[in-house]
Write a protein that binds this ligand. Structure first.
Ligand SMILES: Nc1ncnc2c1ncn2[C@@H]1O[C@H](COP(=O)(O)OP(=O)(O)O)[C@@H](O)[C@H]1O
Ligand SMILES: [Mg+2]
Length: 420
């Protein structure tokens, strides 16, 4: 142990001036700092105020003896962890055993041999330091493990949620197909019935009063017109549900084992469809404009379900960044915008750029973005997992590249590159 590293001090407790001067000299010669107490009670009072690294404690003293002093120090949570070495002329086994059973770490017999005092003091100072650094390490590791556990739980939740959503997407599919496939024949039947009614009206222009009244009560002309509008909106609605169901199933495609050849544009579109509700105008801001500059992309061999997760995490962050910019009044006169550009580069990497004109990322935060659990958002808004998951999927799973370009207040660009 380096003498100069030790900023703490050793407390010597002894009532005998000769013993004190021998111990002081020994410690002094080694450059170790120390303080002195001449009885048990003042030692306890001192230790409570200022904790030493180590205590050299005499057994036989007037007032409370060394054993009782030790017992009291070990009973107090503030002082219980300070190592105590007994110094005593009592060489009998009983006294030694009693000292150890009270929690002492060692024993130095009197009269003192200076070398022995120094050697034992050094060993115990070092032990204490090692114990402390070990405790620190254990606590650091425990913290890291807890973080990893949080992450696992989150991922587990996400994957369960993914399965659930894929399941719902699938379940909706059948009933919505009944509805949408029955709409065209229904439209035909209704058109035919409307024609039939017209024909009746032409052939029997003067029906009995009962029928005339019924036609008036019904407001037949209005009903015939409205029925067509209703059918059209049913058609539109069911078409939307069908797209959503397809998007949900595409988005949550479980791709556990093998890569498949996939259309990244379809993945991006499914993701945008699912994010529709967040892109819409709300009370705080206008609709977020999504500009697609899709190039020609070949089929890309990838885990599409996971790539969709990447698009989702990055697009959701872009929307958050735009919401935040509007909240801070930074882009009140600019249209909130997300641009998605795709291309293939000279090395046959598929490139997807996602650019927003939101708050941007300050330089000092950039290197931390991909750390698990790093977030600048409040607990209800962010988990800090989005980008670390995206990084894992793009870089580790697909051997691709994930880059970010951003300036605070100038918007952000994420670039995803995947080998085709
Ligand atoms: N498009 C973006 N614009 C501004 N900041 C961003 C953007 N994307 C990510 N960030 C920053 O990176 C952090 C980490 O993102 P992420 O890992 O998805 O976690 P979360 O979104 O839950 O905070 C965010 O808290 C935010 O500070
Ligand atoms: Mg996020």
């Amino acid at each position: 142990m380096n003498k100069n590293q030790n900023t703490g001090f050793i407390l010597i407790v002894d009532d005998n001036p000769t013993n004190l001067s021998v111990l002081c000299e020994a410690l002094n010669s080694e450059g170790l700092r120390f303080r002195v107490a001449v009885d048990g009670e003042s030692a306890i009072a001192q230790v409570e105020r200022n904790q030493p690294e180590l205590i050299l404690l005499d057994v036989q003293m007037p007032g409370i003896d060394g054993f009782e002093t030790c017992r009291r120090l070990k009973a107090n949570p503030v002082t219980e962890n300070i190592p105590i070495i007994f110094t005593t002329a009592l060489a009998d086994t009983d006294s030694k055993t009693k000292g150890f059973s009270l929690g002492a770490v060692d024993y130095i017999p009197k009269p003192f041999a200076q070398e022995e005092v120094i050697a034992r003091v050094r060993v115990h100072l070092q032990l204490k330091q090692l114990t402390e650094s070990l405790e620190q390490k254990v606590s650091d590791r425990t913290k890291a493990l807890q973080q990893a556990q949080v992450k696992l739980v989150q991922q587990e939740k996400l994957s369960t949620l993914g399965e659930l959503i894929a399941g719902i997407g699938h379940e909706i599919n059948n009933p919505i197909n009944f509805i949408s496939s029955n709409i065209p024949p229904l439209q035909e039947y209704i058109a035919a019935i409307s024609e039939l009614i017209l024909l009746y009206q032409q052939e029997y222009p003067n029906p009995p009063a009962k029928i005339t009244t019924a036609i008036e009560n019904l407001d037949l002309d209005f009903v015939l017109e409205d029925i067509i509008k209703i059918l059209n909106s049913l058609e539109l609605g069911s078409e939307r549900i069908r797209n959503l169901s397809t998007s949900l199933r595409n988005f949550c495609r479980s791709d556990s084992d093998a890569k498949i050849s996939a259309d990244l544009h379809q993945g991006i579109d499914s993701t945008l469809m699912i994010l529709q509700h967040r892109l819409k105008a709300n009370s705080d801001r206008p609709r977020i404009e999504v500009i697609k500059n899709y190039g020609v992309l070949p089929q890309v061999r990838c885990y599409l379900g996971q790539m969709n997760q990447v698009f989702m995490n990055i697009l959701a962050n872009a929307i958050d960044a735009l919401d935040e910019a509007i909240m801070q009044g930074k882009i009140s006169n600019i249209v909130p915008q997300i641009q998605i550009t795709t291309a293939i580069d000279s090395e046959q990497f598929a490139i997807v750029r996602i650019v927003d004109n939101g708050i941007g990322i300050p330089e000092r935060l950039k290197k931390r973005l991909f750390e698990p659990l790093f977030t600048t958002k409040t607990v209800d808004k962010g988990t800090g997992l989005g980008l670390s998951i995206a990084y894992q999927i793009v870089v580790e799973k697909h051997k691709g590249v994930l880059e970010v370009n951003s300036h605070s207040g100038m918007g952000t660009e994420f670039i995803i590159k995947i080998p085709t």
